[in-house]
Structures are given as structure tokens and as C-alpha cells.
Design a protein around this ligand. Structure first.
Ligand SMILES: Nc1ncnc2c1ncn2[C@@H]1O[C@H](COP(=O)(O)OP(=O)(O)OP(=O)(O)O)[C@@H](O)[C@H]1O
Length: 362
């Protein structure tokens, strides 16, 4: 048996209107890994997830999930994955327990196992006390926890989480992180997309960054941060309008070693350089000599935000990676992945996500 939970090679997905959402994507995710898939809005993350869970058919390339070919054996893929979509699959008129019972039906969990399985999941996501309350009364965080539990009823070895914590407050987010960590510790492979780079940093063993449908970087969070090339010096000026002049001075004085990137920011400038820490004071002196007032400076190790800015267009004056807002891209409920799941999948209904080539949607 292959060691990979996900093996995607040269995958392209082109929608019927000609939009090339994903191209030449190679993804190898090992069993047991916590894998992060990052990218700006519209980069192709949801398209890729939908392809991996067989809701969309690739236009080109091959996709193997849990050892099953996604095009030839979609039912086997669906039976062995859980999918927490961006949109909630919780039925507000049902209680938490009833929602889980419904999901057990959809995923064909044997009747004899359902009671224990549901109790165990309610406990995992700390909803035991409200098990018999209707979900309509739940907070956003509680609904997300119920969504997460719903995706796990059939104990899939691989779970897809599409921006699972968007819109939650930090406490609710932390709680979900704890569940995701726990299921991963227990052996479940996790494929996560997120707009929160800190989330990816905290949780993921390995990451890929996608931009305009193509993977532009991948590796462990640490490797990617090292790739940024040094430390990050931020200088705040009394007058933000002096930023461009300060940048010219930093570049022309040759303060930093070759390979440094020196860019203006809203209040001053940002330098990423191997010698940002040791040569930072030289820059401050040069700025003072030029009559530019410095009101603050800070040197820090790179974060995934810096990686994201370095490898995507977001660095060229776009919105900051950690502030990217997500735009829901479809109305596919989470429960559609299991065979006989609630509602029909896009793939089966030939709905919103029509693709070209390979016969389009099933
Ligand atoms: N059904 C569709 N038909 C045509 N184009 C689509 C369809 N769904 C998505 N797209 C386009 O495909 C590209 C990738 O979209 P996708 O939703 O996969 O990106 P994403 O990275 O998940 O974005 P977000 O973070 O906003 O969810 C975008 O240009 C999008 O407009």
C-alpha cells in the first residue's frame, strides 16, 4: 500500500467557462501528516479540495486518495475521507445529537455502533451538555465544532478542513485547534486550508502555497521561514511620507549584505536580510544623518506572513496575507461526501462546478 494519503500529479482543473483554476499541481501528503494548503482568495484551494474529495473531476493529471483513484473509484475515496466545507452542514432545526445521527445515516455507520460513536464525538468537541438542544441556538464556534464532529462520524483516516476557523474568535479557534491536533495525534491525516497563517504555523507539519492555480512554495514551516533569507527589521518613521527616501538611503548606502529586500511600508520601511540584526543600527545612523526621525524599530524572526508575502503577489502592495478575507465559493454542504450523503454532490448533480475535459463532472 502506498505511503501517501494523497498523491496528486500534474493536476489541472478548468471550469466549463474556461477558468483555469488549478494547473500542474503536484501534491504528496503522507499518511498521518498535518498538511496545510495556503493561498490568497481565488488561488484554487477550494477547487483542489473538491477535486481531492471527488466533487470535481480533474481536467488533466492523476489523483489518488487513500490508495484509490479519484476518477475511477470515487465511492471508495468518499467512504474514506471526511470533509468539513467552508459552509456549515449543520441543520439548525435538529439537535446536536440528531445532526450526528443524520450524518451516521449518510455515511452508513453500522446501527450498533452509532450510540457510542455519537457520545464519543460529542465529548471530543465538548457538546455533551447541549447534545439535546437545537443547533439554531448554538454560537458560530459551537456550530463549527458540530461540523467537525459530523465530518468524523465514519472515522475517516483522512479529513479535509476548508477554512474551518474563519470568523471565530480566538478562544473558539483555540478549542478547534485542540480537536484537530487530537485527531491528528490519534493518526488521522489532516488537509487544512486556512487564511490564518498563524494557524498553519501552529498546526501543520508541512505546507504548500498556491497562487493563481499553481504551487509556488512548499516545505515545513521552518524551511519556508528560512527561505525568507534572514531576519526582518521594521523601522517606523515620525513622518510616513519619508518612507521612499528612507528606502533609497538604505539601498544606496549598501548597509545590508547582498540579497536583502528593502521595501517601504505604511509607517517607514521593512528590511529582510541575513544581517538585519547586526547592521540595523548602521541604518538608523544613516537615517539620522539624513535628517529622518526614527520613532521605533524592531527585529524579529520571519513568520509565515513574511513567507506568504515573499512568494505571492500579496507582497507587491496587495492585502496582507493574514488579513485576507475568504469569499465562500459554493454552497456544497459538508455532508455530501459520504456515499448516500445528504443532498447530492456537485459531481453527481453536475452543478456549479462543471469542469472541462475528462468528461467534466460525474
Ligand atoms: N464554478 C466555477 N466556475 C468557474 N470558475 C470558478 C468556479 N469556482 C471557482 N472558480 C474560479 O476558480 C478560481 C479558483 O477558485 P477557488 O474557489 O478554488 O479559490 P480559493 O483559493 O478556494 O479561494 P477562497 O480563498 O476565496 O475560497 C477563481 O478564479 C474562481 O473565480
Amino acid at each position: 500500500m502506498t505511503d501517501y494519503a494523497i498523491e496528486a500529479r500534474d493536476v489541472a482543473v478548468t471550469y466549463a467557462d474556461g477558468t483555469e483554476a488549478v494547473r500542474d499541481v503536484d501534491l504528496l501528503v503522507e499518511r498521518g501528516e498535518f498538511f496545510g494548503f495556503l493561498g490568497p482568495n481565488g488561488a484554487g484551494k477550494t477547487t483542489m479540495i473538491k477535486t481531492l474529495v471527488t466533487l470535481l473531476r480533474p481536467t488533466a493529471g492523476s489523483v489518488t486518495v487513500n490508495g484509490f483513484d479519484a476518477v475511477a473509484e470515487p465511492r471508495s475515496v468518499r467512504a474514506t475521507v471526511g470533509y468539513m466545507a467552508q459552509e456549515t452542514s449543520v441543520d439548525p432545526e435538529l439537535t446536536a445529537r440528531e445532526n450526528l445521527r443524520f450524518a451516521c445515516d449518510a455515511y452508513g455507520v453500522p446501527r450498533a455502533e452509532r450510540g457510542d460513536r455519537i457520545d464519543e464525538l460529542l465529548e471530543l468537541v465538548e457538546l455533551t451538555d447541549v447534545a439535546n438542544k437545537v443547533a439554531d441556538d448554538f454560537s458560530g464556534g459551537m456550530k463549527k465544532r458540530l461540523d467537525a464532529a459530523t465530518a468524523l462520524v465514519h472515522r475517516p483516516p483522512l479529513v479535509f478542513l476548508d477554512e474551518p476557523t474563519t470568523g471565530l474568535d480566538p478562544a473558539a479557534r483555540n478549542r478547534l485547534w485542540a480537536y484537530f491536533r487530537r485527531i491528528n495525534d490519534e493518526g488521522t491525516t489532516v488537509f487544512l486550508t486556512t487564511q490564518y497563517l498563524e494557524e498553519a504555523d501552529q498546526l501543520c507539519d508541512r505546507l504548500a502555497v498556491i497562487q493563481n492555480g499553481a504551487v509556488v512554495a512548499d516545505g515545513t514551516p521552518e524551511t519556508l521561514k528560512r527561505r525568507v533569507g534572514g531576519e526582518v527589521l521594521t523601522v517606523a518613521l515620525a513622518d510616513g511620507d519619508e518612507s521612499d527616501r528612507a528606502v533609497s538611503i538604505a539601498r544606496e548606502e549598501g548597509v545590508f549584505a547582498d540579497g536583502a529586500t528593502i521595501e517601504p511600508n505604511a509607517n517607514g520601511l521593512t528590511v529582510t536580510a541575513r544581517d538585519a540584526r547586526t547592521r540595523g543600527t548602521d541604518l538608523l545612523v544613516a537615517l539620522r544623518d539624513a535628517g529622518i526621525d526614527v520613532v521605533g524599530f524592531d527585529v524579529r524572526a520571519p513568520t509565515l506572513d513574511d513567507v506568504f508575502l515573499a512568494v505571492t503577489d500579496e507582497g507587491a502592495g496587495g492585502e496582507r496575507a493574514s488579513e485576507i478575507e475568504s469569499t465562500p465559493t459554493s454552497a456544497v454542504p459538508s455532508g455530501t461526501v459520504g456515499d448516500g450523503g445528504r443532498g447530492s454532490s456537485e459531481a453527481e448533480s453536475g452543478g456549479e462546478g462543471e469542469t472541462t475535459g475528462n468528461g467534466g463532472d460525474r
